[in-house]
Every structure is written in structure tokens, then in C-alpha cells.
Design a protein around this ligand. Structure first.
Ligand code: HEM
Length: 337
């Protein structure tokens, strides 16, 4: 982690780019091995192409994102095949997720190569963008709220005093960062890093007198739940203390920051650890200011327009109905009120 935020003194840093690099590399390290190996030189760029390709029109023509995504997948599969062949030929026992997927001599699940690659894709895809965006947005809110930044920094400086100068932080240190956790949860709530979760009904479900038939797909819009004043008083205020005042807030059935039920995010604590350690090394080394610049991107404008519509609705007092619509699926008991 420390190597990602070295030598930033006096420089203008694109935080989004750096946190993406950090999250990708740290996740890759857990899944496969040391990403500094030359075999991974093209890995990140090709993986970003795959991610972009999944969110585009399926036009398979040279130059399109879809085309680049499919090509990226082929390249990554080739690299993974090479890694798997090397692992199978070697007697060294490795301690990472790929080793577990390959068996590591003890698993009872036998996955074929295609299933293993799918797992690697899923973990990387779910892990890096969420962690990078959460890190970036937390920093943005800290920048906008200097007093909160000061309190967070105090927590980390106190932690540093208990450690030797270059000693890395560990799991116990992470568990002691109570205020930092609250800040990250509040940033995730306000920025709605993941704006919804998908479910499929496996039987007819009755909700507030309505029947959702078996087989329907339901999109639970968590963004709107996150802004619901019934659950979060003064929902548009950045207030990390709400997570400390009510310790059970994180496990309430309306808190969907990491999803809910049996499909809840399995990478939650790993993701929180990455964001917390990024903040730790960042705030104990640097003070910072925002440098604004404008990037015009037509796809961004189209995407942003959906949010502009939402904010217009807020301006004209429609936010409550947005919130109510979201409760309908998330928490039936509340919507009866
Ligand atoms: C701050 C970071 C993260 C956030 C905000 C986040 C959020 C989420 C959310 C909202 C879901 C949907 C859960 C549901 O449908 O109920 C999810 C699923 C998932 N996440 Fe995360 N996640 C984060 C980090 C990670 C990391 C680091 C990994 C792995 C390296 C990961 C792996 C997954 C996987 C595999 C799923 C699918 C689970 C399933 O469908 O059974 N996530 N995540």
C-alpha cells in the first residue's frame, strides 16, 4: 500500500487513477501473487477494457469498447492459462485465492479451468472498482469537511505513535479505527458506490398487498434507501457520527452498502481494510487541496443526465417519493407507515 502513495509531495495527483491502480494491484495480489511480475504488465489495461466492454452496446467491430473487451478477455485468459500451468508444474505451496481454487491439496470442490477463470474475473471485477471509488469519494468528503479530516487524522496519528516508524498496520490496528470506519460508511452511503442490488423471486411474494410473481427480477435501488430520512435523519449531511451513535446501523436490514442476505458482499472487510489503510498512509503523510479541472466526455454527459434528473426531483420536493419507492422492495414493514 505504502508504495502507491510514495513521492506525491508537491505534485498534482489524479486520485481516481491512483486509487484504481492501488485497488487493482492489491486485489490481484490477494488473488494471484505479486503483481510486479512482468507477466502482469498488460493485465490491468486489458482488465479495464473488459470492464468497459461489459457496460457497452454489444457491437463487435474493431475500435468499439465491446471489441476491445472481448480481445482483453482472450489476452487475460491466455495469461491465466500460463500461470495455472506453471502452478500445476510447481511443488511450491502458495498462499492466495488462486492456489485455493486450484485445490492446494485440500479443497473438496473441483473446479475446471473455465470455472476458476470465472471466479478470478468475478473477484477482480467486484473488488477493484468498489474499493477505488470508495477511497476516492472518502477523500473527497474529507476534503470538504476539514474538521472531520482533523478528527480522522488524530485517530491515525495516535495509532502511529503506538508503532515503530516504518511498521505496517495490521488487522488489530484496522479494528481499532472506529472513527475511520464511520467515515468510510458515511462516504459510501452518500456517494452510493453501488446504487442497487438485483434479485430474482423464487416464488410469488406479497408485498404491501401487491404480488411480485415468481421469476421476476427486482432491482432494489439502494441509492434512494441511502437518502431516506426515515433511516438516516438529515440524509444529505455528511455525518459519520450517526454510525457511532447507533452501533447496529451497519447491520440493519435497510443498510445495503454491501448488499444483504446470503449474497452480501464477501469482500466487505477486505475492502474496508484496503480503504482504511489507504487513508492511514495518506493522512499521516500528506495534507492536500483539490485541484479542479473539467473533462468533457459525451458518455459521461449521458450518464450524468440520469443523476441530474434525480437532483431536479430533489429540488422540486420529489425526493420522498423516490425514497418511498425504494422502501417498497427493501423493507416492507417501514413502507406501511
Ligand atoms: C468498499 C468496497 C466494496 C463495496 C462497497 C462492495 C459492495 C458490494 C455490493 C453492494 C454487492 C452486492 C451484494 C448483494 O447482492 O446483496 C457486492 C457483491 C460482491 N462483492 Fe463486493 N464490495 C466491495 C468490495 C469487494 C471486494 C474487495 C471484493 C473481492 C475481492 C468483493 C467481492 C464481491 C463479490 C464476489 C460479490 C458477489 C457476491 C454474490 O453475488 O454472492 N467486493 N459487493
Amino acid at each position: 500500500m505504502r508504495c502507491f502513495i510514495d513521492n506525491w509531495d508537491g505534485k498534482i495527483i489524479d486520485i481516481q487513477e491512483k486509487t484504481t491502480e492501488m485497488a487493482f494491484s492489491m486485489t490481484l495480489r490477494q488473488i494471484i501473487q505479486d503483481p510486479s511480475d512482468p507477466i502482469y504488465r498488460n493485465f490491468q489495461q486489458e482488465f479495464l477494457n473488459i470492464s468497459a466492454g461489459t457496460l457497452t452496446l454489444p457491437i463487435n467491430f474493431p475500435g468499439t469498447s465491446y471489441y476491445k473487451g472481448l480481445r482483453g478477455r482472450k489476452i487475460i485468459i491466455r495469461i491465466l492459462k500460463q500461470i495455472v500451468a506453471e502452478r500445476r508444474a510447481s511443488s511450491t505451496v502458495q498462499d492466495n485465492i488462486l492456489a485455493e481454487l486450484l485445490g492446494n491439496g485440500r479443497t473438496k470442490f473441483h473446479l475446471n479451468e473455465e470455472q476458476i477463470f470465472d471466479q478470478v474475473f468475478t473477484l477482480l471485477h467486484s473488488g477493484y472498482e468498489t474499493v477505488s471509488t470508495t477511497s476516492m469519494m472518502t477523500l473527497k468528503y474529507l476534503h470538504d469537511h476539514p474538521k472531520i479530516l482533523e478528527e480522522l487524522r488524530e485517530e491515525h496519528l495516535a495509532l502511529r505513535e503506538r508503532k515503530r516508524p516504518e511498521e505496517p498496520i495490521d488487522w488489530n490496528d484496522f479494528n481499532s479505527m472506529r472513527f475511520t470506519r464511520a467515515v468510510i460508511l458515511e462516504a459510501s452511503r452518500l456517494a452510493s458506490i453501488v446504487n442497487g442490488v438485483l434479485r430474482k423471486t423464487v416464488k410469488d411474494v406479497e408485498l404491501n398487498g401487491f404480488i411480485i410473481p415468481k421469476g421476476w427480477r427486482i432491482y432494489v435501488s439502494t441509492t434512494n434507501i441511502n437518502y431516506d430520512p426515515l433511516h438516516y435523519p438529515e440524509p444529505f449531511k455528511f455525518n459519520p457520527w450517526r454510525w457511532l451513535a447507533d452501533k447496529s446501523l451497519e447491520s440493519h436490514n435497510f443498510c445495503f452498502l454491501f448488499g444483504g442476505g446470503p449474497r452480501q458482499c464477501p469482500g466487505k472487510e477486505f475492502g474496508m481494510f484496503l480503504v482504511s489503510s489507504f487513508l492511514h498512509y495518506f493522512v499521516t503523510r500528506y495534507s492536500f487541496a483539490a485541484f479542479l479541472y473539467c473533462l468533457i466526455d459525451i458518455s459521461g454527459i449521458l450518464y450524468a443526465s440520469t443523476y441530474i434528473l434525480f437532483f431536479l426531483a430533489v429540488l422540486f420536493g420529489q425526493s420522498e417519493s423516490f425514497a418511498k419507492a425504494s422502501i417498497l422492495f427493501a423493507d416492507g414493514s417501514k413502507s406501511k407507515k
